[in-house]
Design a protein around this ligand. Sequence first.
Ligand SMILES: Nc1nc(=O)c2c([nH]1)NC[C@@H]1CN(c3ccc(C(=O)N[C@@H](CCC(=O)O)C(=O)O)cc3)C=[N+]21
Length: 297
Amino acid sequence: MSATIIDGKAYAAGLRARIADAVKDLGQRGVRPGLAVVLVGEDPASQIYVRSKARLTVEAGMASFEHVLPASTREAELLALVAKLNADPTVDGILVQLPLPKQIDAQKVIEAIDPAKDVDGFHPINAGRLMTGVPGFVSCTPLGCLLLIRSVRRDLAGLDAVVVGRSNIVGKPMAQLLLSQSCTVTIAHSKTHDLRAVCRRADILVAAVGRPEMVRGDWIKPGAIVIDVGINRVPNPSAGEGKTKVVGDVAYGEAARIASAITPVPGGVGPMTIACLLRNTLEAACLRRGLAMPALH
Ligand SMILES: Nc1nc(=O)c2c([nH]1)NC[C@@H]1CN(c3ccc(C(=O)N[C@@H](CCC(=O)O)C(=O)O)cc3)C=[N+]21
């Protein structure tokens, strides 16, 4: 048996097309959603990622505002920019790319973003809303993961879900979303005893640890749904000296022989993150104007 490959790239393209249709409808009412992305520093991987976000934002018919600041930027300058974006009526969503340089307290910056414009869902107000079951912005990567899980299995009630990783941006909100779907949720992490045995219990396994191919085939319960959040750039000597490739947190070839469904890397969760960012920006634009969020299916 070989797993269904969950095509996140295709799902994300479809979602972006539906978002673009909704944005077109808003345009007829004189509304153009806008997303501001702030990048501090010149990390090449971050630059590529921010550029593709800007391109896809414009493709969806939204306004994209890019702010690239030098790595030496002071915390006060970044906070001043956030305050300006909070007050700017053409900006519906604000994303400050993480990680930030070490002289800047990222938590302070996150808490400075107006929760109504916090399309990343990182503000404690939105994290708290998710935890308490109140509508709010949900972090894009976990939201994308849930959409992919539900594309292969609609009803998740009673399933054992294991999330490996406890970050505020993926692991914790992912666990909350799975709980909201009535899964029995375990959050595992680097200190978990016998991680392999814990993972083997999972009907739904979400790997978000940032360690290349850590989850092996024999960690997976036969028939499980496996979601790989990892994006790890590793050497690829078979392609030539100095070449690299991107792999996930799951040993894909092994896992695909055991799982019932699995996301590839690249082409799985990554593209869904950006599509969900656009979805959240659309929602922010609607909410701020007292309009109903259009259905996207
Ligand atoms: N405030 C903030 N919000 C974020 O959402 C955020 C962030 N900071 N910092 C960086 C991470 C990373 N991230 C990705 C999104 C999409 C892909 C993506 O589309 N990846 C493609 C291409 C992968 C490749 O080939 O490099 C794929 O997986 O198929 C990757 C990475 C969002 N992040």
